[in-house]
Write a protein that binds this ligand. Structure first.
Ligand SMILES: Cc1cc2nc3c(=O)[nH]c(=O)nc-3n(C[C@H](O)[C@H](O)[C@H](O)COP(=O)(O)OP(=O)(O)OC[C@H]3O[C@@H](n4cnc5c(N)ncnc54)[C@H](O)[C@@H]3O)c2cc1C
Length: 407
């Protein structure tokens, strides 16, 4: 059969059956159920605590326990270790739903699931998995420590050293901006075992909070994600046993690149959820608020802006779900992940600004959620790779694509 005939037959089948490939954003029954479960959890358990946690500058311990009890901190961990054994797409859905209510809580679950658990599951040896995964699924919060005072975007210029002493290693140096570190009991830390090898000396170490010589600084005071603890870490001759090296010596840079590529889809989902949460809290107000005798939603000048915002939200969701489904399908996803992260962090800034404008004066009141969403949105263009770094990645891959097609 010719190529054209085959295409015609397929088109006829689609017409007869009345369906084609499902939309990237359409959810299966199980996906819908899970999304509703997380949305219910967020409404009941997170929503009443948002302001209190924001003011206290920390996440409520009872809430952390409930996140664990409901499986939301061990989403992809296999059942045999006490996890939910769900896929990456559902992890992304969960981050989006939580972020609609509180992006600070979302980042707690995001780092735990997409970086700490993922590294332990995929790189850890059997003994490490047996020891850490049941704890990470049930009660142990973890952090991922890469950034330092002098190495942010240029992450592999890190200065923390790990010198081989006897059968183990001794860590010296410090890290900055480490999410969850106020709560974490375990830290996956990148340090260099041999500076002469440059980035090929970077190795991942498992550091327990109570390790001698290890200390955690005070949480940074910041404009975004105030409840999420972001602290510095200090290593002063911290002795690490050889069996606490995660993965292979000198492969830390490779793990970092790989896992941050996936992790940034989590940040994209966080920004998407935040934008949607802000939009959802705003539209009912616009339908209700009257000026010049009619709801402010009814003015065409408003409607065009709302339509534009709604279109961009849909575009953001397509990018995020597509990138997450590519990961789950084990397809190439790096460019799509960077696009999703870049687009959704801009989207969050745009939507939250618009929502505040549409609400008028009350938009900047701390009685309404818009101003918090607006502040929280700012961090999206910075962490897990700034906007420029995402654009660098996208441009590099576009160049590669065209260079290939010229061959
Ligand atoms: C709230 C928060 C939580 C964080 N959590 C963690 C965590 O859990 N673990 C962790 O390891 N890190 C964490 N980070 C660190 C974060 O990943 C870095 O802040 C981020 O990678 C940017 O690094 P930097 O802040 O040093 O900025 P810099 O790298 O100093 O960048 C400054 C500016 O220069 C631009 N720039 C730099 N290089 C280039 C380039 N090559 N091309 C074009 N422009 C460039 C950047 O885009 C940016 O605009 C967190 C940060 C924040 C704010």
């Amino acid at each position: 059969m010719s190529h054209l005939r085959r295409l015609q037959r397929q088109a006829l089948l689609v017409l007869k059956r009345g369906f084609s490939t499902p939309a990237v954003t359409s959810l299966s029954k199980d996906e819908k159920e899970f999304k509703n479960f997380v949305a219910d959890f967020a409404a009941k358990e997170i929503s009443p605590k948002v302001r209190e946690m924001e003011e206290a500058g920390r996440i409520d311990q009872n809430l952390v326990k409930k996140l664990f009890d409901n499986g939301l901190m061990g989403l992809e961990i296999p059942k045999k270790y006490g996890g939910m054994e769900l896929g990456f797409f559902l992890t992304v859905l969960s981050i989006e739903e939580i972020s609609k209510v509180d992006p600070s809580v979302a980042v707690l679950t995001d780092i735990q699931n997409t970086l700490v658990n993922a590294l332990m599951m995929k790189i850890g040896n059997e003994e490490q998995k047996d020891y850490y995964l049941p704890k990470l699924a049930k009660y142990m919060v973890g952090s991922f420590g890469l950034t330092e005072e002098t190495s942010g975007s240029d992450a592999f210029a890190l200065k923390t050293t790990a010198d081989k002493v006897g059968s183990g290693y001794v860590l010296n140096g410090s890290k900055m901006w480490i999410t969850n570190s106020d709560l974490s009991s375990v830290f996956l830390v990148m340090a260099n075992v041999d500076k002469t090898k440059g980035y090929k000396g970077i190795t991942c170490f498992i550091v327990d909070r109570n390790a001698k010589g290890f200390s955690v600084g005070k949480p940074e005071k910041k404009m975004s994600l105030k409840a999420s603890g972001t602290c510095s870490l200090h290593f002063d001759n911290v002795e690490i046993r050889e069996d606490r090296v995660l993965g292979e010596i000198g492969q830390g840079y490779r793990y970092t690149i790989g896992f941050l590529n996936e992790g940034r889809i989590g940040v994209a989902a966080q920004m998407l959820g935040l934008a949607q949460g802000c939009f959802d809290s705003t539209i009912p107000y616009l339908l209700d608020r009257k000026q010049f005798g009619s709801p402010v939603y009814d003015f065409q000048g408003m409607q065009h802006q709302i339509a534009e915002a709604s279109t961009r939200l849909e575009a953001g969701r397509l990018l995020v779900y597509n990138a997450a489904r590519l990961v789950e399908g084990k397809k190439e996803f790096i460019k799509e992940a960077s696009m999703a992260k870049h687009y959704c962090s801009q989207l969050a800034g745009y939507i939250t600004r618009k929502c505040i404008d549409w609400c008028g004066g009350v938009g900047i009141s701390t009685d309404l959620p818009q101003e918090k969403f607006f502040r929280d949105a700012k961090v999206g263009t910075i962490y897990e790779g700034t906007t420029n770094i995402q654009l660098n990645t996208i441009a590099k891959l576009v160049r590669k694509q065209y260079a290939k097609s010229e061959e």
